[in-house]
Design a binder for this molecule. Structure first.
Ligand code: IYR
Length: 220
């Protein structure tokens, strides 16, 4: 069934100033690996997830699930398991080039942020589900879809003044058991979220310019 789209008013001047403002706001976004004990209201987190879950998805299957972890004991368990994974990654990795490529980020196997951050958001995605009648439903483009939702989640949290870290240990299937998620769901990413300490340090990095990332094809 189709329904009328209530088109929002398009105002060129407003759009231009919003777009410029957004560039300035997002130029300030950084991946944060240290967290203060300031704990943002959980409603902010839940509203950011509401925004994320409005992302487009293949056949509108919405193949995502967000597990919000505030429980300290669960965070400790996640940290323990992740640090074991990371020990192997950093110290037994046959791909030394990868370790070399990460040097400028000053990352290591210790993952203090997993217990420091007031919230961990584990994002899961699924390639299929079952509807009420038990019929199997395929989720097309599940990974692309959850990637879009994760981007919208990061953007929402940033716009709310919160800091985040996208974390993807190589193996994180243990999250299914720990968070009691069904086997059709796969862990996609852990997002640590909170407020950086006042003396927080970040690696010196640069982003590619608009010219480096864009090709523009104008009418003659
Ligand atoms: N998962 C490891 C290694 C790591 C990998 C990439 I690609 C990064 O951009 C950063 C880190 C870790 O989190 O330390």
């Amino acid at each position: 069934m189709l329904q009328e789209f209530k088109r929002p008013k398009y105002d060129e001047n407003l759009s231009s100033s919003v777009s410029e403002e957004l560039v300035k706001i997002f130029e300030k976004r950084r991946t944060i690996r240290q967290y203060s004990n300031e704990k943002p209201d959980r409603e902010i987190i839940l509203n950011a997830i509401r925004v994320a879950s409005l992302a487009p998805s293949g056949a509108n299957a919405q193949p995502w699930h967000f597990a919000v972890i505030e429980n300290q004991a669960l965070k400790e368990e996640i940290k323990d398991k992740c640090e074991k994974e990371e020990f192997d990654f950093y110290h037994k990795n046959p791909n030394q080039k990868w370790i070399e490529d990460l040097k400028h980020l000053h990352t290591h196997e210790k993952k203090e942020f997993l217990t420091q951050a007031p919230y961990l958001i584990a994002i899961f995605y699924s390639h299929y589900s079952h509807d009420q009648s038990g019929e199997k439903k395929t989720h097309y483009y599940a990974k692309e879809s959850v990637g879009l939702a994760a981007g919208m989640l990061l953007s929402s949290l940033h716009l709310c003044g919160l800091n985040t870290l996208t974390y993807t240990p190589k193996r994180m299937q243990f999250l299914n058991d720990l968070l009691e998620r069904p086997k059709n769901e796969r862990p996609f990413m852990i997002i640590a979220c909170g407020v950086a300490p006042t003396d927080c340090e970040v690696p010196q990095i640069s982003k590619k310019t608009i010219h480096e990332v864009t090709n523009y094809y104008q009418n003659p």
